[in-house]
Design a protein around this ligand. Structure first.
Ligand SMILES: NC(=O)c1ccc[n+]([C@@H]2O[C@H](COP(=O)([O-])OP(=O)(O)OC[C@H]3O[C@@H](n4cnc5c(N)ncnc54)[C@H](O)[C@@H]3O)[C@@H](O)[C@H]2O)c1
Length: 320
């Protein structure tokens, strides 16, 4: 049994990780400041299943707050699982400083405060690769990163801090580059969640560009599995993805099947900062972590739509 600090434990991925760690018998110290990027009510609901668990302690506050870090440092933390961040590529183009502050400085502050911990697991992103030519796909971890948004740059800088701290202070850092994560509790600004909410209310969905951009959609349960595997294995950088890609147009077809509803589509202009394709080579994660993506996209979409429907019933006033 380990004591694990999960930052961003009220968010989409962090809440699933915290819940799974508790189910596996670990102590979880959770921190989240309910950043207003999206609704607090959604984040509170994400924690419903575990907030009263006897092995869970929650601290509301920011990873940038030194007083809070001092309090957390007294909790005998073995492992840091760092999910807290401000996500969103497009929003990062509007407010780059906030991304530098939360994502890069926030990571550095945690590394500095917990440099004696056993391990630091960092949630990074496929966006660090930038726009990738067809002949470089599926992308491997050793491809030179070329961020094209402040979000991607903030994640790459945080990765570099993780590596530097591993070299200087010996804390083992594990960098997981997630590829388009979807599933129940997905952030309301992300494509699948946005599309499902619109489909449920009979509104058209908006597709950027011609819809032929491709994404390696990764089910949240598989991302959680990868995080669990890192408790006992691995160091360095790993792609965490399904290892398969589909176009956004194909996604629309799958959404019709998963929701059993009509899907109206409006095509609009491609957005700056968006990459054309993501598709991961996951051999390294398979070989070194024993990672195996287990949920196919049809099942994952059905699970997410069930969650969206239950949300619509219990929190009907929520809109993105
Ligand atoms: N969802 C994806 O597709 C995806 C893809 C690649 C990488 N990631 C990374 O995975 C992690 C989790 O992403 P998510 O989609 O669950 O996002 P999320 O926004 O749902 O979760 C992040 C959580 O961090 C919290 N937070 C933000 N600033 C904080 C601060 N200063 N102090 C404490 N808490 C703070 C937020 O309130 C939120 O609950 C992030 O690091 C993100 O960059 C996500």
């Amino acid at each position: 049994m380990k004591t694990i600090l999960v930052t961003g434990c009220a968010g989409f991925i962090g809440s699933h990780i915290a819940e799974r760690l508790l189910n596996e018998g670990h102590m979880v110290v959770g921190v989240d400041n309910f950043h207003p990027y999206y609704q607090r009510a959604l984040k509170e609901r994400n924690m419903d299943g575990f907030k009263k668990h006897k092995n869970f302690k929650f601290f509301e506050g920011s990873i940038l707050d030194d007083k809070l870090l001092n309090i957390l440092a007294k909790e005998d933390i073995d492992i840091i699982n760092h999910q807290a961040a401000i996500a969103g590529v497009r929003n990062s183009i509007k407010s780059p400083l906030e991304y530098l502050s939360i994502n890069t400085l926030g990571t550095l502050k945690l590394l500095d405060r917990f440099r004696d911990a056993e391990k630091f697991i960092f949630a990074s992103s496929s966006s660090v690769y930038g726009d990738v030519a067809d002949n470089e796909l599926p992308i491997k971890e050793d491809r030179k990163p070329k961020p094209i948004s402040p979000y991607a740059l903030s994640k790459l800088q945080a990765e570099e801090w993780c590596k530097l701290f591993s070299n200087l202070y010996g804390i083992r850092s594990i960098i997981l580059r997630y590829f388009t994560v979807y599933g129940p509790r997905q952030r309301p600004d992300e494509a699948v969640e946005k599309f499902m909410r619109k489909i449920l209310s009979g509104e058209p969905i908006e597709i950027y560009g011609d819809g032929e951009q491709t994404r390696d959609f990764t089910y949240v349960g598989d991302v959680v599995n990868a995080n669990i595997l890192t408790l006992s294995k691995g160091s360095g950088v790993f792609n965490i993805a399904s290892g398969k890609r589909i176009s956004v147009n194909k996604l629309v077809e799958l959404l019709k099947k998963a929701t059993k509803k009509e899907v109206k589509v409006n095509m609009i202009e491609r957005q700056i900062g968006d990459v054309s394709h993501t598709w991961a080579n996951i051999d390294k994660s398979k070989n070194e972590l024993g990672f195996r993506p287990a949920t196919d996209i049809e099942t994952g979409l059905r699970n997410q739509f069930e969650h969206v429907q239950s949300l619509a019933k219990s929190l009907p006033t929520l809109s993105d």
